[in-house]
Structure formats: C-alpha cells, structure tokens
Design a protein around this ligand. Structure first.
Ligand code: DLL
Length: 435
C-alpha cells in the first residue's frame, strides 16, 4: 500500500518545488499549444509561442481563462487528449448558464484521488479508518473525489452520498464511521440530528473533512462541539480536478495547496495584476500535471490570501486562507459589499447556528436586506428567551459589521430548508422588484 503522507513531496524544499513547477509548466504550455486550438490561437494572437515560457516567472505572460471561456468551449473545445483516452466526466454544480464539463484520463483520476488521499491523511486518516462519504455522488466531484482518496489510502469506504439523515446516523453508529466527509452545512445538520436522537455517545467519529462551500471559524466550532470531532477544511473546484486542490493539516490555519500539481497566484480581480503573498485577491490556478483538461491561469473568482509561513506540520506547500467569499457571491446592497460569511459570523457570535437565509429585494429603487434566522431548539424551548431583544441585538451586530440596516426575522427551528448539497444562503429577488 502506498504511503499517502508523501513526505518527499509534501515537505520538499521550496527550491525543489520550484524545479518541479518550472519543468511541468514548460511541458504543459507546449502540450496545450500543440493540442488545444483555443490556446494556440490565443497565444498566437498575443504573438507568443511556447518557448517564451521558460520558468514560472514567465507565468504572468500567459492569458487568463475564465468560466465564460469554458462555457463557450462546451463540451469538447478545451480537450487536450482524444476522447478515446478519457475515462470520466464530472461537471460543476452551477445552476445558471451552460454547465462546465471536465474530462479525466486514468492518469488524471489517479492524481486527483492521490490529492484526496493526502487530505484524508492530513486529517489523521489511515487505512484503519472507516471513511463515511456523504458528499453527493454523480456529476458533482465531492463524492467521487473523497471516495477515490479513501480507496487509495486503503480505508474502509462508506459511499453514503447525501440525504436520508437517519440512515446516515444508523450506519455511522452500526459500522463505526471514524471520518465524515460532507459539506459543512450538512455536517451541522447531522450534528443537530445526532443531538436530537441522543446518540452522540454511540458514534465513533474523530474527524470531518468539510468543504465545497464557504464556512466560518464559528461554524467550525459549532460542528466540532456537536459531533465531538476535529473539523478540517478541504477546497477544490471541478475545473481544476475537484476536492483536494488544497486541504487543512493539524494546524487548521489554512489549506496546503498541492503545489506539485497546481500553481497558485493571487491577482487583483479588477486589474489582473499579480499580487504578492499575504495580499487578498482572486485565486488563479494553473494545472501542470493534468492530461485531458489542463487549464492555464484559471480565474476561480474565490477571494483569499496565500501564506508561505512555516507550518508546524512540516508541509512546505503554500497555504491558502479559507475563501472569504466568491467575487460573484458578494452582494452589493445599498452600495455596500456584503459577504454571507460576515452575516454568519455575527449570528454565530450571538449564539445562533448557521441556519439562515438572506433575502434581498428592491422597493422603489432602494435595496432591502432581510436575514431569516432560525432559533436554536434551546432558544425556542426557553420561555424566558426574549425574541425581540435577540432580534434587536442581531440588527445592531449586523449594522456594526456591515454598516447598513438589515431586517431580522427569527423563525422556528428547522423551518429553513436544509440542503444536502451546497447550502442556499442568498435569495436575490431584486430583478423581480423594480417598483
Ligand atoms: O465544490 C469541489 C469540492 C467538493 C470541494 C467537496 C471540497 C469538497 P465545484 O462544485 O466546482 O467543486 O465548486 C467549486 O466551491 O470555486 C469555491 O467557490 C467553492 N468551494 C469549494 N471548496 C470550498 C471551501 C467543489 N472549502 C467552488 N470553502 C469553489 C469555501 C469552497 N468555498
């Protein structure tokens, strides 16, 4: 059985990582130029040829690629290998516009699963663990990615997929699941249900690997307490492979990017200028080892910060912060930038759980924002709990955080629809209200 704590790779010197990246980038640029008409034309239009890229210092000379470019190229326009060499398709979970489809050769699947295996190991997993995968299976990469990683590690894998929460908990207790993989919102829901059923002492979970959507440090604490586990973040996107592009280690202070496969840059989202480590901006990835669907300088729209500070776990790969929201998730309400994560922080700091929905409307050209917040079961049961005071306190907290008034509506526990996939946090109805 291979060892998926790949110390020689994950703890390599920065010089060694740079050497890998230089060689792989040069090869990848030639590959896309030779095999993908889209890239060849764009580079030719810029007067470039593959030989112009001599090291990662030249990366900034290459054009960006965006989700719109991927949609325009749907379905085969960016394929760099004959379809006959591809063995898998996955697709993004987007609900609007054309979906993006990503192709994988067997080699691509192996590398992706290896990245997921590294993530499970970083969360304390070994071949003796029972890995309970409650991400959705199918076109979404969550289930297949973690499933593959767990197989590679040799752990016993429970391919639960999402939904049927009581059955999930039944299997968890009967089969002794030790590592839970799902979205953080579903983990919180599972945690609440475990509490309600009074079976916390029957579950053997020790860790969770949660990602695919934004979640705050406060939500991490909640999930850790509800399930009695250590909760690790995992990040990825279909276009670049799926989960496992980066993952947290025992330090839980950011996610190590698998730099032997992906080169990360942070750019100013407005100007495209590359920013130094430590500055906040849009994350851009170049996949240097992928065969079927390699992307150069893909703009993720995720806003975060990179850090190369020494990590106590020994890994040397650069760390990315939790995405602070997507540049296209950011709401502009009354001219103010609002990220759902800011609202979540206020709610959790005031004792609520991350069960909320943000509704934005426009009345007579003026934006209105309402946050519907579920009472926790304890608040709802407490006859002395003053709902008006709690709502006023939330309004004040949001005003301090965002600088604008947000209406608060407290609703009964479990009345906001739970998602088994990514949580739906925002309902923007402004295009319906032009009054
Ligand atoms: O969400 C892949 C994935 C599955 C990651 C399971 C982690 C766990 P997509 O559906 O293509 O792929 O969505 C990618 O989700 O650009 C981010 O905006 C968001 N995202 C993914 N992981 C995180 C995370 C999968 N840990 C998009 N924190 C990305 C915040 C995340 N946002």
């Amino acid at each position: 059985m291979a060892n998926y704590y790949q110390q020689d790779i994950e703890c390599a010197s920065r010089d060694q990582i740079r050497k890998w990246q230089n060689a792989r980038l040069i090869k990848q640029v030639k590959n896309v130029y030779d095999n993908v008409a889209y890239y060849r034309t764009r580079m030719q239009n810029m007067g470039m040829e593959p030989g112009d890229i001599k090291s990662i210092d030249d990366l900034h000379k290459l054009p960006f690629i965006t989700k719109d470019d991927l949609r325009d190229a749907y379905p085969y326009g960016l394929l760099a290998r004959p379809l006959s060499e591809c063995v898998r398709i996955q697709s993004t979970s987007g609900t609007t516009g054309r979906r993006v489809v990503a192709f994988y050769t067997q080699h691509d699947l192996d590398l992706w699963e290896e990245c997921c295996a590294r993530a499970i190991v970083a969360a304390g997993g070994t071949k003796d663990d029972v890995v309970h995968v409650s991400y959705g299976y199918g076109l979404f990469t969550g289930g297949p990615g973690l499933n593959g990683g767990s197989h590679k590690l040799g752990s016993l894998t429970l391919p639960m997929s999402s939904g049927n929460t009581e059955r999930q908990i039944q299997f968890m207790t009967d089969l002794g699941s030790t590592i839970l993989c799902c979205t953080p919102s579903y983990a919180a829901y599972l945690g609440e249900t475990v509490q309600e059923l009074g079976v916390k002492d029957k579950i053997k979970l020790k860790a969770g690997i949660f990602g695919a959507e934004a979640w705050t440090e406060e939500m991490r604490q909640d999930i850790q307490n509800l399930l009695g586990i250590k909760a690790y973040d995992i990040y990825g996107l279909t276009e670049i492979s799926g989960p496992g592009v980066s993952f947290e280690c025992s330090e839980q202070t950011g996610m190590h990017i698998n730099e032997d496969h992906f080169i990360a840059e942070i750019i100013n989202p407005n100007t495209g200028e590359v920013l130094p480590d430590g500055e906040k901006g849009e994350l851009v990835f170049t996949s240097i080892t992928k065969e079927a669907f390699p992307l150069l300088r893909y703009r993720t729209r995720d806003i975060c910060v990179l850090s190369r500070e020494k990590c106590s776990c020994g890994r040397t790969h650069v760390k990315m912060s939790k995405p602070m929201g997507r540049s296209d998730d950011m709401l502009i309400v009354k001219g103010v930038n609002v990220f759902p994560s800011q609202i979540e922080t206020v709610l959790i700091n005031q004792g609520f759980a991350a069960n909320y929905q943000i509704i934005v409307t426009r009345v007579k050209n003026s934006d209105r924002i309402e946050v519907q917040v579920e009472l926790t079961p304890a608040m709802a049961a407490d006859t002395t709990f003053n709902r008006q005071q709690a709502a006023d306190k939330l309004v004040a907290g949001l005003k301090a955080m965002l600088g604008i008034y947000a209406k608060i509506t407290l609703v009964e526990p479990k009345t906001i629809a739970r998602s088994e996939g990514k949580a739906v946090r925002v309902i923007d109805q402004r295009n319906l209200y032009q009054g």
